[in-house]
Design a protein around this ligand. Structure first.
Ligand code: ARG
Length: 281
């Protein structure tokens, strides 16, 4: 009896601790999101860590690379996150997820911010706050070099399979701009690249810097000059829980500084080179 009572006290203690942790950094109760989001910035600072959701399958923005023999997550977004963490005086904890789970993790309070080449679309803005944009991509179509003469227009993809990453805006681009093609959605970009190389899909929609990076790593692929429509919604921004006013202002201040002094372009260039060197190893 005494023993049972003892373990109940321990259990109660664990529950109380759990509840405290919850109300500080990670808010899992979406109904009180707004109440705590006002001091989201302070919560991150006092926790001493920023939890970042990403999908590290997207060179040069976030990808896995072997550095000094060790697998590491690197990229322009990761450099950006490290700079943000430095300025806030906290460390970084990366959650590496499939892209279609990144925004869900943010919504569930498992991450403080999501940085993953995320296009700040009107639809996503209904659920999340976003910082100012930090990169504007173009939409590109990647094919096998062998098919260069067959695929010269959107029409030449009629009844062909066109790939896009699951949960990305490229899915709707294929659906709206390739009305006569079949959309094939796959969770990870490197798997889409493999499907394309094997010929199980005929084309793949990717954003400019990303298309260039994977084509540079794969001699048998090329970026076509078929023009795809772009939208103001395509630009990348950092996603935040709704109502994170102070955090949003602080991140916008940092982004402005890094944009104006050319640091963001440097991050993209440096990581494009890093992705190429890594692929060549
Ligand atoms: N910009 C596109 C979107 O937001 C694709 C982003 C994919 N990001 C990634 N890390 N795989 O839908």
């Amino acid at each position: 009896m005494k023993k049972l009572f003892g373990s109940l006290i321990v259990l109660a203690g664990v529950l109380v601790l759990g509840a405290c942790g919850n109300s500080s950094a990670n808010n899992t109760d979406s109904s009180s999101n707004t109440a705590s989001a006002d001091n989201q910035l302070e919560a991150i600072k006092s926790a001493g860590v920023i939890n970042v959701a990403t999908s590290a399958d997207f060179a040069p923005f976030e990808f896995h690379a072997l550095i000094d023999g060790k697998d590491q997550i690197v990229g322009a977004d990761i450099d950006l996150v490290n700079e943000i963490a430095d300025q806030l005086g906290v460390t970084v904890n990366i959650l590496d997820l499939d892209f279609n789970a990144v925004l869900t993790a943010l919504q569930q309070g498992k991450a403080d911010i999501a940085v993953s080449g995320i296009s700040a679309t009107e639809e996503r803005k209904q659920t999340f706050d976003f910082t100012d944009n930090y990169f504007t991509p173009e939409q590109k179509l990647v094919i096998n070099k062998d098919n260069a003469s067959a695929y010269t227009s959107i029409d030449s993809f009629a009844s062909k399979k066109v790939g896009a990453q699951k949960g990305s805006i490229q899915e709707s681009i294929v659906q709206s701009q390739f009305a006569d093609s079949q959309l094939v959605s796959i969770a990870k970009v490197p798997n889409l690249i493999n499907e394309l190389k094997q010929g199980s899909i005929d084309g793949l929609v990717l954003e400019s810097a990303v298309a260039d990076s994977y084509v540079a790593q794969n001699d048998d692929l090329m970026v076509t000059d078929i023009a795809l429509e772009v939208s103001a919604d395509d630009s990348y921004a950092i996603a935040l829980p709704k109502g994170s006013t102070e955090l949003q202002a602080e991140l916008n201040r940092i982004l402005k500084e890094l944009d104006e002094n050319g640091t963001i372009s440097e991050y993209v260039q440096k990581n494009t080179d890093l992705a190429n060197e890594n692929a060549a190893q």
